[in-house]
Design a protein around this ligand. Structure first.
Ligand SMILES: N=C(N)NCCCC(=O)O
Ligand SMILES: [Zn+2]
Ligand SMILES: [Zn+2]
Length: 326
């Protein structure tokens, strides 16, 4: 906890929430605060996609979609921006022409942002960015447990012979030894694969799978129990590909698959993870050009708000009430 109460978001009863440039949840920028406990950073990068491009515009779309968020989270009983100093670090500028350099830059910047113990929630960007983010998390915490919400496995080996793409980050991460192989789960997977071998290789890497259909059949409570048992108190990284949601709930994404979870199911599962040892998280694959009425951007903003709230809970023995307003 910082000595001064945290600087909170702009007061939407004084400055209308539709006015001015958007930071995430109308929070201060990192240069407006001293130390931040949690930072939200954008990564406008989509050079790793295999189908529709456009996730480079995701970070700002999610910021715009976050204007209506309010400071108290009743589901988790926390005022995240009062319990912890949360700030928007802006976008990390990565090379749009060279995936290798983009990955290097992002790993370096994520390491810098988290140097003093600050926790990072990243807004993508395509799923390629999870690899350098996991590297940075593992540098600090050792191999991390991973909860991966996605329609896709993203443990494929190569696309067009390329090893660093949005369909391969978790294969690379497993090979690099930065994941705790006793606690890896995909949640929400569905849709056709290239072959049964995809599943065999995925399981050989150590992943367990809770499909979208499993969530429907078992329900949220049983799903959360199973995930929590696997995670225990290990350092946990959560990666949310917004295409884990049904295209009805997230049309604005690059590789949509029918038969997905609802945003209600996803948010409820996240809330069920309160108290886990979350060390970092990302929300990726928002591609606003295919969105309608900000459906996807708003869903992603709420997911990011829940992730920030899970992180802020660690600073909040009891709800301290509203923070100082900006
Ligand atoms: N959306 C992500 N991250 N990956 C999808 C890759 C699916 C494919 O091109 O076969
Ligand atoms: Zn996906
Ligand atoms: Zn993905």
């Amino acid at each position: 906890m910082t000595a001064q109460p945290p600087i909170g978001p702009v007061d939407s009863s004084v400055i209308p929430r539709f006015a001015g440039p958007a930071t995430f949840a109308r929070l201060p920028r990192t240069d407006q605060v001293g130390h931040a406990d949690v930072v939200v950073a954008g990564v406008p990068f989509d050079t790793g996609v295999s189908y529709r491009p456009g996730a480079r515009f995701g970070p700002n779309a999610v910021r715009e979609g976050s204007r209506l968020l309010r400071p108290y989270h009743p589901g988790l009983d926390v005022s995240p921006f009062a319990s912890a100093q949360v700030a928007d670090a802006g976008d990390i500028p990565v090379n749009p022409y060279d995936i290798g350099r983009a990955i290097e830059t992002l790993q370096h910047e994520a390491t810098e942002l988290t140097a003093g113990g600050t926790r990072l929630v990243t807004l993508g960007g395509d799923h390629t960015i999870a690899l350098p983010l996991l590297r940075a998390a593992a540098e600090r915490h050792g191999p991390v447990a991973l909860l991966h919400f996605d329609a896709h496995l993203d443990t494929w080996d190569t696309y067009f012979g390329e090893r660093y793409t949005h369909g391969t980050p978790f294969r690379r991460a497993a090979e690099e030894g930065i994941l705790d192989t006793s606690a890896l789960s995909h949640v929400g997977t569905r849709g056709p694969l290239y072959g049964r071998g995809d599943l065999d290789e995925d399981s050989r890497l150590g992943f367990g799978i809770v499909t979208s259909g499993d969530v429907l059949r078992r329900g949220v409570a049983e799903t959360v129990d199973a995930l929590r048992q696997r995670i225990g108190d290990r350092p946990l990284y959560i990666s949310v590909d917004i295409d884990v949601l049904d295209p009805a709930h997230a049309p604005g994404t690059g590789t949509p698959e029918a038969g997905g979870m609802t945003s209600r199911e996803l948010l409820e599962i996240l809330r069920g993870l309160a108290g886990c040892n979350l060390v970092g998280a990302d929300v990726v694959e928002v591609a606003p050009a295919y969105d309608h009425a900000e459906i996807t951007a708003i869903a992603a903003a709420h997911v990011a708000y829940d992730l920030v709230s899970l992180l802020a809970l660690r600073h909040a023995p009891a709800d301290p009430g509203p923070g100082r307003q900006q």
